[in-house]
Design a protein around this ligand. Structure first.
Ligand SMILES: NC(=O)c1ccc[n+]([C@@H]2O[C@H](COP(=O)([O-])OP(=O)(O)OC[C@H]3O[C@@H](n4cnc5c(N)ncnc54)[C@H](OP(=O)(O)O)[C@@H]3O)[C@@H](O)[C@H]2O)c1
Length: 133
């Protein structure tokens, strides 16, 4: 069926690819991260842009607001004791904020990213209806 073939080719495309994702702590973002890691465990890397004061807090946010959520139970069961290694290998936290030029990333990070990234998924947004325009 055409629908299935399309889904397979998308999954196949992500093999060995690196993806920069913004908004990964959000409602849709964490679903995206889980889905990619589940359907294409051979994805190369997911770079997650996280608002945080430093790398350690970014890691903590990823742990508590993404990986630690119930939606990741299926992946945890699948990988068992290897789960943390799998996450460590695939997820690369980036401290940044989309309001800044180059997301506030430094030149070394930019250089590395520009060589490695194949796809960018921008899910970062203010979804508060009471925000100033
Ligand atoms: N949910 C829906 O049904 C729906 C439907 C249609 C379209 N959309 C669109 O899909 C996108 C994601 O929606 P969502 O429901 O997942 O939103 P959400 O739960 O409010 O998540 C927003 C994400 O954006 C991040 N973010 C906000 N400002 C940022 C900044 N300046 N720099 C970096 N990251 C920033 C937030 O990070 P923090 O955790 O740091 O705040 C969070 O991860 C939005 O563009 C929304 O308009 C959503």
């Amino acid at each position: 069926m055409i629908g299935e073939m399309d889904a397979d080719s998308v999954v196949g495309y992500f093999r060995g690819k690196s993806i920069l994702i913004t908004g990964s702590t959000g409602f849709l973002g964490k679903v995206l991260v889980e889905k990619i890691l589940r359907v294409q465990p051979d994805v190369k890397k997911l770079y997650l842009l996280i608002r945080a004061p430093d790398a350690e807090s970014a890691k903590l946010r990823i742990q508590t607001e993404i990986i630690g959520r119930e939606i990741f139970h299926v992946l945890k069961e699948k990988h068992g004791v290897q789960f943390n290694n799998f996450i460590e290998e695939k997820i690369c936290p980036l401290v940044g904020d989309i309001i800044y030029e180059n997301f506030g990333l430094d030149n070394v990070q930019l250089e590395e990213l520009s060589k490695d990234i194949d796809v960018i998924v921008n899910g970062a947004a203010t979804t508060n209806f009471f925000e100033r325009f």
